[in-house]
Design a protein around this ligand. Structure first.
Ligand code: C2E
Ligand code: CA
Ligand code: CA
Length: 856
């Protein structure tokens, strides 16, 4: 209706949240001017001062509701103004007042404001009548889709009522069938005409309730054209369709035993089915009985390559026992090409070679291939002589098999992390998990007088090499270092790649502490030699080493490692390229160090030592930048670049993470708004949220403030959260997630696949996106099990409607593979490293000029 450049809008509304959303919406549309007012007086003053105001949004709260005359005055004062009424649910509105308001207001919208709804109000004022679920509206197509899905095709009888004159304006097929009306007799009638003994006075009561509460529940007796009576429950909700106030009536038909109702009921139950729950058997039993199936069981493939292992049966064991003894050549051949085989009627005559089908005279047969990896390859089988509802059975069984497949995928996912290999893929050294076990083992078996040492080894300035010379060189360096470590550890113990550029030695068989320092010093000495790279160049590198001893410095693994780490930190602080042993006398110093580290961190923000770097996320289909992930960087004056992997845990331990988190959030929002102003792109910004931040009571308020102050539109702000066990309080985390989404922001699940949460929990996180962990991406082309897990993850994500971001994409091979699997976004060194805002700006500039050239 109006072009936004000509809109001078006044938002007169008490509710801060609504005001804020409305402001964001108009601001984004580059509206000419936006004014806000909290009260009637302020609004009036604003209008007087700014006669150009031509669009007013008025919250119909107590302030305004009984003042239609005043609104009319406004209308006269600013000719041709477009007035939108904002209906709040918490204000009691009498019918009379309400009707009067309708006369002076152009359209109505609902609180909490959905910007999409305003969009539709302003843009698509002329489109056909739509049923609007305020929160869900996206665009025209989607609206139509919702209407079809939730109204037309719904099995629940539904009716639309014009609130003004109480007449029925539309109803769906189910409603039509319920009343058995041969013509459209009910259209135009008062809605309570279909209720028996319902008086006009009662109708008025109902209206009042609706106006006050937005919804109400009634029990009515109805009578159809043949005079049959029945009791129904009617649920009425007030809504707005194209500016008209309506009531949506939904009938819960207590006597309804229709077939579809049952199917839908089963489907609904299936949505919540969980194969690991103890109720699964009763769940499936009721399904099998309703479908009239004789058997339903699961068979697994054994090492022999045959499907001959009974995994589970929901019916008599004789069926799977017979199944594993017969050949199923036909079925298996078919299953190679497709995922399922569904044969209706005379299966046993159609496939005479299958003795199993013959033995039980199976008429209807269903088999689904549930495949995760060669080790998890199973068949979901069902069938019977008298299946009652074939189409519904197919639907339900295939859904059930899908659920089972997801269950398998999830099981595999968990298992893969439990039975992860012992070795680090790059260096061949044992990995963190394994050395942890070895340390535990040593402690457990230690006799009186036994001693051992832990050496924590960290490369000095490795990050710089990795970031400036590239990952391949970084890998070569890590490999060389691991060779030096292996050479020196000899028979004393084991050596592991602990994480990134951290290594650890466990020196088991030492009689004196001397041995540990000797080994450490030899390592330093060997590091003096430059490392030869495959491209012919050389590189000089040093390491720092921290040592702790059992039992002197600790009796358990955590303490021992922590003390070695403290010693390592000490070595770094004292100038790197040295060995430091944890000292008891250091204790005071350590505390001091920790305080210092905390103080440093605290100062880091003020000193400008903390920086936000941004790594682009790439849209897999368009190859274009879709958004960024904000990654923190700490440039310490003495220690150089400190990796977030190192200081985020310290920040978490000390509680500093809250402050650092807000710093990053604010910086990222500011920078994104800056980019949007420069380039006008709808780019997304993802900010990492530590699990600890979820326990922060002020989190939501702070996010809200940051949004408001930086003027970022919440829909561009995404938070990456992990499915970690660190979420001590799952309930409070879930509630934080919910509130974040309510603010209009989105959520991504970070490091997906590495956590230990249940599928059920994942479903509860209202995340739009899953970020596949780097470890899976790394193994593309190398590890078939990981690939199978990736594939299952993609299927799972698609099923629950999540988008997928693959992180750590480094090679073209990985990209192609992920692309083929339908990955939505990529992030990784192949496309771009994390960069400071200036660099990002440059890239976007280049992009813009490239686009310009292309368009010329
Ligand atoms: P993350 O959230 O999983 O971030 C992705 C990490 O992968 C980043 O490491 C990024 O630099 C790195 N990366 C991206 N592409 C590639 C690739 O192709 N290959 C390889 N090898 N690495 C790649 P970074 O920046 O060192 O961050 C490490 C972790 O520290 C992050 O892992 C995140 O958990 C945490 N972190 C970083 N910034 C923040 C922050 O502002 N707040 C919080 N709470 N945590 C942060
Ligand atoms: Ca992240
Ligand atoms: Ca990640």
């Amino acid at each position: 209706m109006i072009s936004f450049e000509d809109i001078n809008v006044l938002i007169a509304c008490e509710d801060k949240q609504d005001r804020f959303r409305l402001f964001g919406y108009f601001d984004e549309k580059n509206c000419d001017a936006i004014y806000t007012a909290k009260s009637l007086d302020q609004a009036m003053a604003a209008i007087e001062k700014n006669p150009a105001i031509n669009c007013i949004i008025i919250e119909l709260s107590n302030q305004w509701i009984n003042k239609p005359a005043q609104i009319n005055d406004l209308r006269k004062q600013i000719e041709g103004a477009y007035i939108i009424g904002l209906i709040t649910q918490d204000v009691r509105v009498g019918i009379d007042a309400y009707e009067k308001m309708e006369e002076v207001i152009d359209v109505m919208i609902f609180s909490p404001v959905s910007v999409n709804e305003i969009d539709i109000r302003l843009h698509k004022k002329d489109s056909q009548s739509h049923l609007i679920e305020a929160q869900q509206v996206q665009n025209d197509d989607e609206l139509q889709y919702y209407k079809e899905l939730y109204f037309d095709a719904s099995s629940i009888p539904k009716v639309l009522i014009n609130a003004k004159d109480q007449s029925i304006t539309e109803y769906n097929k189910a409603f039509h069938e319920l009343f058995d009306s041969t013509s459209n007799q009910l259209l135009g009638e008062k809605w309570y005409a279909f209720a028996k003994d319902f008086s006009a006075a009662e109708a008025k009561d109902t209206r009042t309730k609706l106006n006050e509460q937005g919804h109400t529940h009634l029990q009515l007796t109805t009578q159809d054209s043949q005079g049959r009576k029945r009791k129904i429950n009617l649920h009425l909700t007030m809504g707005v369709v194209d500016g008209e106030t309506i009531y949506l009536g939904e009938i819960e038909n207590t006597a309804d035993t229709s077939f579809y109702a049952k199917v839908f009921n089963h489907i609904r139950k299936l949505q919540n089915i969980d194969f690991s729950s103890p109720e699964i058997n009763t769940h499936i039993a009721s399904l099998i009985e309703w479908m009239g199936l004789d058997y339903c069981f699961i068979i697994g493939k054994s090492a022999s390559g045959r499907y001959d292992v009974m995994i589970d049966t929901f019916t008599d064991e004789k069926y799977p026992l017979s199944f594993v003894q017969c050949d199923h050549e036909f079925i298996l051949r078919k299953l190679k090409g497709t995922r399922s085989v569904e044969i209706s009627q005379s299966a046993w005559r159609d496939v005479p070679a299958d003795k199993f089908l013959n033995q039980f005279k199976t008429e209807h047969f269903l088999a689904y291939h549930c495949f995760i990896s060669d080790k998890l390859d199973e068949l979901f089988i069902a069938g019977g002589q008298n299946t009652k509802h074939w189409d519904a059975t197919k639907l339900l069984m295939s859904d059930l098999a899908d659920h089972y497949n997801q269950h398998l995928a999830f099981k595999a996912l968990k298992k893969s992390h439990e039975t992860e290999s012992k070795h680090d893929a790059l260096t061949g050294l044992i990995n963190r998990r394994y050395i942890n076990k070895e340390i535990d083992h040593s402690i457990f078996n230690a006799q009186d007088g036994d001693m051992f040492a832990i050496l924590f080894i960290d490369l000095d300035r490795f990050k710089v090499i990795n970031d400036s010379l590239g990952h391949d060189i970084g890998d070569e360096v890590l490999l060389s270092v691991s060779n030096i470590l292996m050479k020196n550890i000899k028979e004393y113990g084991v050596c592991a790649r602990y994480a990134g550029d951290e290594f650890m030695m466990l020196l088991n068989n030492i009689e004196s502490k001397q041995i540990a320092t000797t080994v450490a010093k030899r390592v330093l000495k060997d590091m003096i030699e430059p490392i030869q790279l495959s491209n012919g160049s050389e590189i000089n590198l040093t390491v720092s080493i921290g040592i702790s001893y059992y039992p002197e410095h600790g009796q358990n693994r955590a303490t021992l490692i922590k003390k070695a780490d403290v010693a390592l930190y000490d070595a770094k602080l004292n100038g790197k390229n040295r060995v430091s042993i944890y000292r008891k006398s250091q204790k005071g110093e350590t505390a001091k160090q920790k305080i210092e580290m905390e103080r440093n961190l605290r100062n880091a923000i003020d000193q400008g030592e903390l920086h936000a770097y941004y790594q682009p996320k790439i849209n897999a289909r368009t190859d274009d930048i879709a958004g960024f992930e904000a990654l923190i960087r700490w440039v310490h004056p003495d220690l150089g670049l400190i990796s977030p992997g190192l200081f985020i845990p310290i920040a978490e331990q000390s509680g500093m993470i809250t402050e650092i988190g807000y710093f990053m959030m604010r910086r990222a929002c500011e920078d994104l708004v800056g980019l949007q102003k420069k380039f006008g792109l709808g780019l997304q910004m993802s900010v990492n949220l530590s699990p600890l931040q979820l326990n922060d009571k002020n989190l939501i308020t702070e996010i809200r403030n940051i949004i408001q102050e930086t003027t970022i539109h919440p829909k561009y702000l995404d938070f990456e959260v992990t499915e970690s066990e660190g979420l001590i309080n799952v309930q409070s985390a879930l509630s934080a997630f919910k509130q974040i989404v309510e603010l209009g922001c989105s959520l991504s699940i970070d490091d997906f696949g590495t956590g230990h949460s249940s599928l059920d929990y994942l479903k509860k996180i209202p995340a739009k996106t899953l970020k596949i962990d780097q470890s899976f991406v790394k193994n593309i082309g190398l590890d078939q099990d990981d690939e199978a897990i990736l594939e299952a993850t993609f299927n799972m994500a698609r099923k629950v409607g999540r988008q997928i971001v693959a992180e750590g994409v480094e090679t073209e091979e990985q990209r192609l593979y992920l692309m083929a699997k339908g990955c939505d976004y990529f992030q990784g060194f192949l496309f771009c490293r994390p960069l400071p805002i200036q660099e990002i700006t440059k890239i976007l500039k280049q992009r813009a000029s490239m686009l310009k050239e292309m368009n010329q």
